[in-house]
Design a protein around this ligand. Structure first.
Ligand code: GLU
Length: 304
């Protein structure tokens, strides 16, 4: 398969859509980003990288970080964890509060904000320095020590993240956040602020392509079973309240972030990372979703 040629074609075909959608201006540090940016990378299981456009440019990974923290938490507390967070699509906005009251402070899944707060709370309880552990995990799976927090983005979210704070305090009232809310959310805002490029992200997600095993060191990051489970959760919960539509059009386990990134997995084959900052109403990259749709239609690749 000539992935390089396909990426060049995709870049041409998405041109009419560039600039559509709205950047995540509710996070002031992200408000000024050029919505016309576009990058895409494919990393294959035999270690080849194909890229196009702004594929080397760093952007805020935001909710894509939830997959890394979930992997870490599953290594620590695989059974206990599922008493505190569900495994169902939410059908609501990524930062919605309404379900939490009806469902006694148990978030629907670990890939929406409330669920990610619980996961980060687990890491905060287990590690003396959870921020450093998260960074180490990501540096390990991407085999890249240069990856770091963007402290300006973390500060910007801390100063304006009242909805996240409200959600976490609400869950604490049900006993589902164990640490101080400010402490857990400081970790959460930092994990969201991590800056990576499409190239780095496609590489970092290879352990979920390769049945839980790091392709660089051959070390097990998570078990095969957990890798399968995380892929299943990404397929059913990774794209917020447009997860059904996205599965219909793209059909790959995927995770988006409001920085405009999306990563998709084809188990035992490849990972694809795409970035374009203009978002749809659901908070997913509009051009990124389109690019992935074109990618699966041109390659015929899929999990079904
Ligand atoms: N840091 C963002 C927030 O908490 C993450 C949301 C996202 O990427 O979907 O609102």
């Amino acid at each position: 398969m000539d992935y390089q040629k396909i990426l060049f074609e995709i870049k041409e075909e998405i041109q009419p859509y560039l600039g559509l959608g709205k950047v995540a201006n509710y996070i002031p540090a992200l408000a000024g980003i050029d919505s016309k940016k576009f990058g895409m990378s494919v990393h294959t299981i035999d270690g080849k990288l194909f890229e196009v456009g702004d594929s080397k440019e760093l952007f805020s990974i935001q909710s894509i970080s939830k997959v890394f923290t979930l992997s870490m938490a599953m290594r620590l507390e695989n059974n206990l964890l599922w008493k505190r967070v569900g495994r169902e699509p939410s059908g609501s906005k990524f930062n919605s509060l309404v379900q939490l009251e009806h469902e006694n402070g148990i978030p629907r899944n670990p890939l929406i904000n409330a669920g990610a707060h619980v996961i980060t709370d687990i890491l905060t309880s287990n590690y003396e320095n959870p921020k450093a552990e998260i960074l180490n995990f990501i540096r390990q799976v991407s085999n890249d020590k240069s990856i770091d927090f963007d402290l300006e983005v973390a500060k910007s979210e801390r100063e304006t993240g009242n909805r996240n704070l409200a959600m976490a305090y609400f869950m604490k009232s049900f006993g589902n956040i164990h640490n101080q809310v400010r402490q857990t959310l400081d970790v959460y805002f930092h994990q969201c602020s991590i800056a990576m490029s499409c190239n780095q992200l496609s590489k970092a997600f290879m352990y979920l392509v390769n049945e839980g095993v790091d392709i660089h060191s051959n070390k097990e990051i998570i078990t095969k079973k957990d890798s399968d489970r995380i892929n299943a959760l990404m397929l059913t919960c990774g794209m917020y309240d447009s997860v059904g539509d996205f599965a219909y059009k793209v059909g790959l386990p995927s995770k988006s972030g409001v920085g405009g990134g999306i990563v998709s997995i084809v188990p035992n084959k490849l990972s694809v990372a795409v970035w374009s900052p203009g978002l749809s109403a659901s908070g997913n990259s509009l051009v990124g979703s389109k690019a992935l749709e074109i990618f699966v239609s041109k390659t015929g690749i899929g999990i079904f």
